[in-house]
Design a protein around this ligand. Structure first.
Ligand SMILES: C[S@@+](CC[C@H](N)C(=O)[O-])C[C@H]1O[C@@H](n2cnc3c(N)ncnc32)[C@H](O)[C@@H]1O
Length: 290
């Protein structure tokens, strides 16, 4: 049962495996930014200061075998809720990305691309004993080898100045102005999710994020007239997502890349059926996106 619901999004508070097992409407695309399991006593640099890496309890490793089992479980559930032609994007660093890649093969997904997201403003390495970590990997996969996946080739070419979009994307980490609705320790930049949504979905399609966090995927989906289902275990983050989506639903900005009518503000009126907690029946959930 969604904790928040509007005509273009539904937000669920709970464990993604459990929530997905109760989902009735199949989805067209999934973006998943799972726990990278890197909060294990290391250090990093934030605003010039040495701080311990502690994103939250959810980011602690339970050991290789347990972490891989979890990745297999949630990916398997994703496959269950995907339309035959749906695709899935998963982000990660070396801490989990090999487990994710192996799990995708084990479950019969078809890997379409691997994207290197390069962060030009990455934090420096404090120990000076390693290269500075400045990229994350994104895997893009179809549900299986028979899927006829969507790729908006021309849209991507246009976004890349008329040349084919390549697999290395330079996008800075989110700025302060992307965090005005509240803080999340691993928020993704909106530009990254915009590119993902525009490349692999069409308007009116349903986008699911099983690890919603601060709601970046939802913001990009709604901006471009997609529908969004978000799942998040921590109450404070699902509330943050709701504040964000409420704001973006009221005023959407169409970027110049997509529409020559640069940054035109489009008022779409009140989209919200209810801003309060809403508990529909199972049959309502399955019908409400139809
Ligand atoms: C890496 S963050 C996602 C950040 C998000 N992409 C954003 O831009 O804000 C992962 C999120 O997954 C949530 N989480 C962890 N385990 C979960 C689970 N089993 N089910 C649902 N959410 C979970 C965490 O609370 C955290 O907010």
């Amino acid at each position: 049962m969604p904790i928040y619901k509007a005509s273009n999004f539904k937000l669920f508070h709970g464990d993604c495996i459990k929530v997905m097992s109760d989902l009735h409407s199949p989805v067209d695309m999934i973006f998943a930014d799972p726990p990278y399991k890197l909060s294990n006593g290391g250090f990093t640099c934030q605003s010039g200061k040495k701080v311990s890496v502690n994103k939250g309890k959810w980011d602690k490793s339970k050991g290789l075998a347990e972490d891989h089992k979890f990745n297999l479980q949630w990916l398997n559930m994703c496959k269950e809720v995907m339309n035959p032609n749906a695709t899935i994007w998963i982000s990660g660093t070396y801490h989990i990305i090999y487990s994710i890649g192996f799990a995708l093969h084990e479950l019969g997904f078809k890997i379409l691309n691997e994207i290197a997201w390069f962060k030009p403003n990455a934090s420096p390495n404090l120990s000076c004993r390693y290269f500075t970590a400045s990229h994350e990997t994104l895997i893009w996969a179809a549900r299986d080898k028979n899927s006829k996946h969507i790729f908006n080739y021309q849209e991507m070419k246009k976004m890349n100045g008329g040349r084919q979009m390549r697999s290395v994307w330079e996008i800075p980490s989110p700025s302060k102005k992307e965090k005005i609705y509240g803080k999340h320790p691993t928020q993704k930049p909106i530009a990254l999710l915009e590119r993902i949504i525009l490349s692999s979905t069409n308007p009116e399609q349903i986008v699911l994020d099983p690890f919603t966090g601060s709601g970046t995927t939802g913001e990009a989906a709604i901006k471009f007239d997609r529908k969004f289902i978000g799942i998040e275990k921590e109450k404070e983050y699902i509330d943050l997502t709701f504040r964000r989506l409420k704001a973006v639903s009221a005023i959407r900005t169409i970027p110049s890349r997509v529409d020559n009518d640069c940054n035109k503000l489009v008022s779409i009126g009140s989209l919200f059926e209810s801003q309060e907690q809403y508990y529909p029946s199972r049959s309502e959930i399955s019908q409400s996106f139809c």
